[in-house]
Design a protein around this ligand. Structure first.
Ligand code: JCF
Length: 677
């Protein structure tokens, strides 16, 4: 017989382990080192082994079952598990609100209170607690009948085997989503790749696959989480009158709820919540596919009731899908500023990521080989955020018999010059240089662009016309344009012609960094141009610098130094520069920076949306001034630049007391170093 002292120790160990588990997995606040947790778990195992009569199903040692199942048992849901009606835009949300107000006879009344939360992209499950002990876990299935996955769910650390505290109903069915956080998913796939096993396509499939294991030992090794969002069956107890209060109870009883949930008043506030979360979506540690809005008052929910299988009192506003299926109609080859011949997929237009996409880049021949794509294939196109659309995969079983291989041209599709692939490069290049109209046009577009010479009114269409009509062949000939020849162009009025000539004249007064950037030297972006200008101070010093001297510049490596030297050694390139200067293009010299850059030794973080320059440009400016730019905030961070929609990084900065400035203050700071944006 176990002594009372052993019984007490077992009870105390279980309480401590449950509590640490709750702190760590439900509240995200770890309290003890892993070693301490492991020691207590080990001690409890030993005591239970020595005293099997004290072993209980809800002991923290009992998460992983011993023997695999033959198959899953069927479970019927007393209270059906509902799905959600969808909204795809602001109008759908207004219609939802109107329906609510009409049904509640509250058209003129106060705005309704809504509970908002992210819609997790996982697997819906039901947890049944009786007397506070987890009795059964089941999948949603068709809403009426699901599968018993108790043994699998017991292995998930954020699911309590017994509820904490007091006051829970005797029968309490909790519903929620089981999902796999992105970081865990990446690790799982990395491990699978390393051992040559099959990888999962996305976190949702990984979560589903992990729950479908008949052997719970496998599930136990998968990084799954559970987040609760409602209750089903309730008996032998009462719950509060508002959805948000029910969630608070669930959290006190040991269940994980979503940290982003929030109560707002009125449908406009729902839109604010939607926009805020949409902008922070990439910063969340898990995938979400929309936002769920629920009428918060449970009495109103009861009055509203259901239509077929969805409640009238809730709606899911979906984000625009980031991936879609479409047809690859053809592949064309575009020639860029540096002569790179890029395959571009012409697609059957498809609405994805919030816009209609009809082209996607295929990058180069390596990428085409990796995808195994052919013309005529059904492909999956992805457009996430502001990233250019990509072909991510081919739906092989829909390949038509007449699908054609993609063949790269053996001469430039624009000028007919030879094309070459440099050794160790995937990219094919036209060797025509500035003879090639495609390269001429791209070079002129770049030269005229806002961040380069900023020639207002010289848009893509006009560049096409000017080159096609032979009025312009290189950037220097822009400044030789005559009013009469402009007026001879189709759709060119007197006013537009005069405006263009005035814009050209105005662009002549520029700065050295802009001029260097405008030349379009390979790999010389804005930040590099700025670093070069600050380092050499004037054009002559730059153009006569040796490769070694170029390598002294903070932003310049061997590849960039080589491109620069090639440009300065090319008589045709330098002839264009001389013509530009002869036409009156000029800039003030810059005071040469001493070797130590003003932000040398500092570490900055840029987060949120920057309206004036974009995050990449901000990073470039910071690096050119000598700062390191990091991806996350730590005690080592010097300063954070935060724009609208900044999320966890901003919170972290505040927590650590790191100085945060907004974009306006950042622009002012840059200006004080002579950097204009
Ligand atoms: O996160 C979810 N996928 C989610 C699904 C969240 C909710 O609040 C839900 C749900 C499905 C049904 N609520 C209901 C009523």
């Amino acid at each position: 017989m176990p002594t009372p002292a052993v019984e007490r120790e077992i009870e105390s160990l279980r309480e401590r382990l449950d509590s640490w588990n709750y702190q760590y997995h439900v509240l995200d606040q770890p309290t003890v080192p892993d070693a301490e947790y492991d020691r207590c778990m080990q001690r409890l195992r030993e005591l239970e082994e020595a005293n099997p009569q004290l072993l209980r199903e809800d002991s923290p040692t009992q998460r992983v079952g011993a023997t695999p199942l033959e198959r899953f048992r069927q479970v019927s849901h007393e209270v059906p598990m509902l799905s959600l009606d969808n909204a795809f835009n602001e109008q759908d949300m207004l219609d939802f609100n109107r329906r609510l107000q009409d049904r509640l006879g509250a058209a003129e009344a106060e705005p309704l209170e809504f509970a908002c939360e992210p819609k997790l992209d996982g697997i819906a499950v039901s947890l049944l607690y009786r007397g506070g002990v987890l009795e059964r876990a089941a999948t949603r299935g068709d809403g009426t009948t699901g599968e018993d996955i108790t043994l699998n769910v017991r292995t998930i650390a954020s699911v309590p085997l017994r509820l904490r505290g007091t006051g829970y109903p005797d029968t309490l069915e909790v519903r929620g989503e089981i999902y796999m956080p992105r970081a865990g998913f990446e690790q799982l796939n990395a491990r699978a790749r390393a051992s040559g096993e099959k990888t999962f396509v996305n976190p949702r499939n990984a979560a589903a696959g992990s729950l479908r294991q008949l052997d719970a030992k496998i599930t136990a090794q998968r990084p799954l989480q559970m987040c609760c969002y409602s209750v089903g069956q309730v008996a032998g107890g009462v719950l509060p009158g508002r959805h948000s209060e029910v969630l608070e109870c669930l959290q006190r009883w040991g269940l994980r709820i979503n940290a982003q949930s929030k109560v707002v008043r009125g449908i406009e506030a729902c839109d604010d919540y939607y926009r805020d979360l949409a902008s922070r979506r990439q910063d969340l540690p898990y995938d979400i596919d929309g936002i769920v809005f629920k009428v918060n008052d449970l009495e109103l929910q009861r009055r509203l009731g259901f239509v077929s299988r969805a409640p009238r009192w809730a709606i899911a506003r979906k984000f625009p899908a980031q991936e879609e299926v479409t047809l690859l109609l053809d592949v064309e080859f575009q020639v860029g500023r540096t002569g790179a011949v890029t395959p571009v997929a012409r697609l059957e237009p498809v609405f994805v990521g919030g816009v209609t996409v009809s082209n996607a880049t295929l990058h180069n021949s390596d990428e085409i080989e990796r995808l195994g794509v052919r013309i005529g294939d059904t492909v999956i196109v992805r457009r996430a955020g502001d990233v250019i659309p990509q072909v991510v995969s081919v739906v092989m079983d829909r390949r038509p018999a007449n699908a054609r291989a993609i063949v790269f041209p053996d001469s430039c599709p624009v000028c007919g010059s030879e094309v070459e692939r440099a050794p160790d490069e995937a990219v094919l290049r036209c060797m025509g240089g500035l003879v090639c109209a495609a390269q001429q046009k791209a070079a002129i577009r770049h030269f005229a662009s806002r961040r380069a010479m900023d020639i207002e009114g010289l848009g893509d269409k006009l560049v096409e016309q000017l080159v096609d009509e032979g009025l312009v062949t290189n950037v220097a000939s822009l400044y030789k344009l005559q009013r009469e020849s402009l007026l001879a162009l189709e759709r060119m009025g007197e006013k537009s012609a005069d405006n263009l000539l005035a814009a050209l004249e105005a662009s002549k007064k520029t700065s050295l960094p802009r001029f260097i950037f405008a030349l379009g030297i390979r790999e010389v972006g804005e930040a590099t141009a700025l670093a070069l200008a600050r380092h050499f101070g004037n054009w002559e010093a730059l153009a006569s610098a040796s490769e070694e001297q170029l390598l002294d510049v903070s932003d310049v490596g061997p590849v960039v130094a080589d491109h620069l030297r090639q440009f300065f050694d090319s008589t045709s390139s330098m002839a264009v520069v001389n013509e530009l200067r002869a036409a009156g293009v000029s800039w003030p010299d810059i005071e040469v920076e001493s070797a130590d850059l003003p932000l040398d030794g500092q570490t900055w973080v840029v987060t949120g949306k920057l309206e004036l320059m974009g995050r990449d440009a901000a990073k470039g400016h910071l690096q050119a001034l000598g700062a390191k730019v990091a991806g996350s905030v730590s005690a080592k961070t010097t300063r954070v630049v935060a724009g609208p929609g900044a999320g966890s990084k901003l919170g972290k900065a505040r927590e650590l007391g790191v100085e945060v400035i907004d974009e306006a203050a950042f622009v002012a700071l840059l200006a004080s170093y002579g950097v204009s944006v």
